[in-house]
Design a protein around this ligand. Sequence first.
Ligand SMILES: *[C@@H]1O[C@H](CO)[C@@H](O)[C@H](O)[C@H]1NC(C)=O
Ligand SMILES: *[C@@H]1O[C@H](CO)[C@@H](O)[C@H](O)[C@H]1NC(C)=O
Ligand SMILES: *[C@@H]1O[C@H](CO)[C@@H](O)[C@H](O)[C@H]1NC(C)=O
Ligand SMILES: *[C@@H]1O[C@H](CO)[C@@H](O)[C@H](O)[C@H]1NC(C)=O
Ligand SMILES: *[C@@H]1O[C@H](CO)[C@@H](O)[C@H](O)[C@H]1NC(C)=O
Ligand SMILES: *[C@@H]1O[C@H](CO)[C@@H](O)[C@H](O)[C@H]1NC(C)=O
Ligand SMILES: *[C@@H]1O[C@H](CO)[C@@H](O)[C@H](O)[C@H]1NC(C)=O
Length: 545
Amino acid sequence: MYALSLVQLYVVYALIQIQGLDGEVDVWPHPQSATSSANYLQIDSTKFVFTEKTVEKCDLLTHAINRTKQLAFIENCAKAGVRGYKPFHNYVRNLKLDHNFKGVLSGIEVEVKTCEQIPHLEMNENYTLVIDSKTGTAHIKSDAIWGAIRGLETFSQLISNVGHHQFVVNETNIIDFPRFGYRGMLVDTSRHYLPLHVLYENLDAMAYNKLNVFHWHIVDEQSFPYVSKKFPDLSLKGAYNPETHVYTPEDVKNVIEYARQRGIRVLVEFDTPGHTLSWGKGQKDILTECYTNGTKNGKYGPLDPSKDNVYTFLEQLFAEVSTTFPDQYFHLGGDEVDFSCWESNPNIKKFMNEKGIKTYSKLEDYYMQKVLDIVKKLDKSYIIWEEVFNNGVALKPDTVVHVWIGSWGTDKEKYWRPELHNVTVKGYRAILSSCWYLDLISYGSDWKGYYTCEPHSFNGTEEQNKLVIGGEAALWSEYINAANLISRTWPRASATAERLWSPKSFNSTEKAAKRFHRQNCLMIERGLRVQPNEGPGYCQCDYAL
Ligand SMILES: *[C@@H]1O[C@H](CO)[C@@H](O)[C@H](O)[C@H]1NC(C)=O
Ligand SMILES: *[C@@H]1O[C@H](CO)[C@@H](O)[C@H](O)[C@H]1NC(C)=O
Ligand SMILES: *[C@@H]1O[C@H](CO)[C@@H](O)[C@H](O)[C@H]1NC(C)=O
Ligand SMILES: *[C@@H]1O[C@H](CO)[C@@H](O)[C@H](O)[C@H]1NC(C)=O
Ligand SMILES: *[C@@H]1O[C@H](CO)[C@@H](O)[C@H](O)[C@H]1NC(C)=O
Ligand SMILES: *[C@@H]1O[C@H](CO)[C@@H](O)[C@H](O)[C@H]1NC(C)=O
Ligand SMILES: *[C@@H]1O[C@H](CO)[C@@H](O)[C@H](O)[C@H]1NC(C)=O
């Protein structure tokens, strides 16, 4: 045993010596398995050819290649800002003087077996990427289009500019796939309205970090920017401004398409029965009227679970939403329901007596059950905030439970670890957000805390671990608008992205720091106004921001 392992060790060591492999490539999030050497090839960006190898025409691949051409061959800071016209290098380097130089790479072949149209929870993002210095060829291979999209992102990150239209790429061999299939980011467009161009920029950043779910928390107490065809009054009366602070059906379609091209799902959330004040402005008689000492006090609470018209309204609204958003999943919310208004309302008391409902959490169950049934009839699946699970509501077996409580505490783990245990021991799938409430800001390099949050660090079996399908960074927008969404979120969410994509063993912030910095700078070069998150330092395009 002992001798054998020594021999094995020696073989690995010898391989490393021969090929100069260190298992680290400058890619974020880090691939599952990567080897590279000091051998490199030269690329002339004006002549480089991407070849699509597909059985059928695959428009998503054409889009991805078009983007890669823009992203791989950046040679000045022009994208970062108006003053950024200075080239990184304005001369052509003589690479032939260098013994690691192995010639020219004239193109890359991208092979995709199946071209699906809509990204989904079970999508296959696996790919391999080989850059071979002996044959001077490169290829990406993937079973599904989603892998090719991720592989092209990786390829673009491997390329460096060394001269005018002159780039280099090292000999590289990558086998890659995500550790978790669900890698999301929540953006809240109710507390503050976020214009489309910012949502697009955020989707770009998500693609650069291989996140794959845009959780669109589209409406809430404060505003209702979603323009419903069936119920136009909801946004006419519930949006901050019904002309400017809204998402029309056309806008929503464009966002879904922009995300689809990047292999990103759009998971929409219509959170009920709490968080619905803005809904009541455009739709009469759905909110609970609150009472003080037996008389109406003019205030409103959550949706009124005792009223039939609430359910017929939701049936019609959700029928529309389920055709607008193609994803199989729908986020139904169900968090933070405040019972005090229900408690004060005599009609609700009467209703509970009639139905034999004894507690307010049972009343919430009654409501949630009806809503879940509505969505089930629409052939959709749902994600719910963990309170719905905690209250013991009967859930469909394919339900995903979204764990968030504890996000405000200093000892978050004390809460979310047992909760992940509770959810998975019952056989439900879970996603984790408790560690990644990025709207909660503090001084310093907070990315390290996000980076080291390990979703499998709860006391569960291997089977239970498999049920934790990923996680999600959350950007609640009480203090976020178009001016700071991108800068506040990135590169902090990059830490979450690597935790959810890369191997579990990538858990050292010291080792990750250099690549993290590089990813930060890369996003600036690509035109995103992201903040520094590691203390003093610089990026080459800072001057152009
Ligand atoms: C890439 O090649 C260069 C030049 O030979 C070398 O210095 C560098 O270490 C290589 N990088 C990786 C990640 O292999
Ligand atoms: C890709 O870019 C080419 C040239 O700019 C353009 O003709 C083509 O329509 C683009 N394709 C897609 C799918 O965007
Ligand atoms: C992706 O690759 C991993 C590792 O080889 C494998 O476990 C997984 O099943 C693959 N996923 C798909 C959808 O083929
Ligand atoms: C409600 O009744 C309580 C007890 O009778 C009284 O102390 C309180 O002032 C009343 N509140 C209002 C707002 O009338
Ligand atoms: C997990 O379940 C146990 C047993 O039902 C319960 O005591 C505990 O409060 C639950 N933990 C959380 C975080 O909900
Ligand atoms: C972990 O789970 C096992 C089996 O459910 C239990 O026996 C054990 O006490 C738990 N350990 C801790 C530290 O909670
Ligand atoms: C990091 O991963 C290694 C195994 O690869 C493990 O031994 C170590 O405890 C982990 N460190 C942390 C802080 O989780």
